[in-house]
Write a new protein. Structure first.
Length: 276
């Protein structure tokens, strides 16, 4: 049975010029489809095909060696006690990403920090905070040793972050959809969250990664709750990243065969049978 994403990709491909499809490549697909999940699926499939046809696989194509990486584990939004309990239940996971909206986020943060003084904490506000809350919370975030604040304000409403000197690094997620948005983000954010489903595949993800490296921006590589097959190409872009958020397979009831091995938050490099 095809997934909804596969069906959507089929529809988009059927709408294309047959002549363009006959010359399909990683380069041409960038202009044939807009950034998003459909282009990501096709782009990563083409990378996989070429890697399997190339001696040395994905390393030979990209120059990037795949090594195990430690991922963040997401704690879903809940009341402070519930989030603290959940954090306490996963002592082997040392990197936690907290979904915190504008309703008493510092109470949640304090409860989680008390439960897990050993953990690296990243906050994802999903664009739910106000400029006033961002400014008021800064010192507390630093005091609780929060490593990163992701997407504090709604995309398109983050002008107030321009040239702001904030106590901890700020990360763009929804505000930076693809490499086309990077220059506008340069003076607002210290980090970029690269998601292949968002930017349209590994090709654009590697372009964002290179831009971040050249412009001294922190790199986060995230996911949209996909299977191991979706995470595998993201592991290429995530090599050397400051923050890795690829816990998608942990949320799958049934993962793909030959899926990634994740043990105590460490993700193994993908087997070539899976991807690459």
């Amino acid at each position: 049975m095809y997934s909804a994403a596969s069906t959507h990709l089929q529809i988009e491909l059927l709408a294309l010029d047959p002549g363009a499809l006959s010359e399909l490549s990683r380069e041409t697909v960038q202009s044939l489809l807009p950034a998003g999940g459909s282009r990501n699926g096709l782009d990563c499939a083409l990378w996989d095909l070429q890697a399997k046809q190339t001696a040395g696989g994905i390393k030979a194509l990209t120059g990037i060696t795949l090594t195990p990486l430690n991922t963040l584990f997401t704690l879903s939004l809940d009341d402070p006690d519930a989030m603290a309990r959940r954090a306490h239940e996963v002592p082997d996971l040392k990197r936690l990403k907290l979904k915190l909206n504008a309703q008493a986020p510092l109470d949640c943060l304090q409860a989680i920090r008390e439960a897990r003084p050993d953990a690296q904490l990243v906050i994802d506000a999903n664009g739910s905070w106000t400029p006033e809350l961002v400014m008021a919370a800064g010192d507390a975030l630093a005091r609780f040793n929060v490593a990163l604040l992701e997407q504090p304000l709604p995309p398109g409403q983050d002008d107030s972050l321009e040239s702001l000197r904030y106590p901890i690094p700020l990360c763009a997620d929804e505000s930076c959809q693809s490499s086309a948005d990077l220059e506008a983000m340069a003076d607002r954010y210290d980090a970029i969250n690269i998601k292949l489903d968002k930017c349209g595949g590994l090709t654009n993800a590697l372009a964002i990664r290179e831009w971040c490296q050249q412009n001294k921006k922190l790199i986060m590589v995230g996911n949209m709750l996909g299977s191991s097959l979706a995470m595998a190409p993201a592991l290429v872009a995530a090599q050397g990243a400051d923050f890795v958020d690829l816990d998608g397979p942990l949320w799958q009831r049934t993962d793909i065969e030959s899926g990634l091995v994740i043990h105590r938050g460490e993700i193994s490099a993908p087997a070539s049978a899976l991807w690459g």
